[in-house]
Design a binder for this molecule. Structure first.
Ligand SMILES: [Zn+2]
Length: 274
């Protein structure tokens, strides 16, 4: 899959290289270091290089490819997403809460956890959307494309074996993509997804704090990020009791403010139609 900004990032890279080269060449030829052309060339090179580095590390990159993190809409709709499951007993508790509230959500499952809890994974997939969150939950931002590909494919295989479906959504562990992750996901037919609001719930703040952070940061077309598991850990090492305790009130507060709930593919469609 060829990305429309294939040329954009090459132009930025060329500016970075040419700016640095022109500044260097001018200096070598005896032009004063502080001359206007040298400073301009060095400045352009540094700005372009800085942009490339920023785009590599930001959770919401644009230059190397698209990461979907919110829908451009004024409609009061939100997509709830949960990462790092399935993880007994928290995923099951969440399924009960969501079922009672009549809300469908999106779960980014870790392949290793799916292998451990295939029945729970299938139960999630029967009611909600499931996305790929790699097999071993590694940091991929500096990984080679081959490593990225293996993590994504092993995740797909585990989810497919457990649920019979192949995810079209991918969320990178730890939030940072790097251009190679976006392009490998694209080659495998997966769209990269981020979030618009999170609650740092992996640090296990009290449920009231999780709730406040989400409700404070959410807006129309938003994507919330919470966790029903913890990396590849199982209970009791993984403890998501605070998150589970917060979700019911988050949903009722959002409903009271007039919000409706969409799955991520529905939110992506809404954004595309807007
Ligand atoms: Zn994660």
């Amino acid at each position: 899959m060829r990305h429309p900004r294939t040329h954009a990032w090459k132009a930025v890279a060329a500016t970075a290289v040419c700016g640095a080269a022109l500044a260097g060449l001018g200096t070598v030829r005896g032009r004063p270091l502080r001359s206007a052309p040298t400073l301009a060339a060095a400045g352009a090179g540094m700005a372009a290089g800085g942009l490339m580095a920023h785009e590599w590390l930001t959770p919401r990159p644009w230059l190397y490819g698209t990461v979907f993190w919110h829908a451009r809409t004024s409609e009061r709709v939100v997509a709830l997403t949960f990462d790092d499951g399935p993880c007994h007993p928290y995923t099951g508790h969440l399924l009960e809460i969501l079922d009672r509230a009549g809300v469908r959500a999106t779960f980014f499952q870790v392949g290793n956890n799916v292998r451990r809890e295939p029945t729970l994974s299938a139960e999630v997939a029967s009611q909600h959307e499931v996305g790929n969150h790699t097999f071993t939950h590694p940091h991929l931002v500096w990984s080679r494309p081959g490593t990225v590909r293996e993590e994504l494919l092993r995740g797909q295989e585990a989810i497919h074996d457990a649920t019979g479906t192949l995810p079209h959504l991918f969320r990178v562990p730890h939030g940072r993509y790097g251009p190679q992750v976006i392009s490998v996901a694209g080659e495998l037919g997966m769209r990269c997804v981020g979030w618009s609001v999170m609650a740092w719930d992996w640090a296990r703040p009290p449920a009231g704090v999780i709730q406040r952070r989400i409700l404070h940061g959410v807006g129309p077309g938003g994507v919330t990020l919470l966790h029903d598991g913890q990396d590849t850990d199982a209970f009791p090492k993984a403890d998501r009791s605070h998150t589970v305790a917060a979700v019911s009130d988050i949903i009722s507060s959002l409903k009271a403010s007039g919000y409706g709930f969409l799955t991520l593919p529905e939110l992506v469609d809404l954004d595309a139609a807007g």
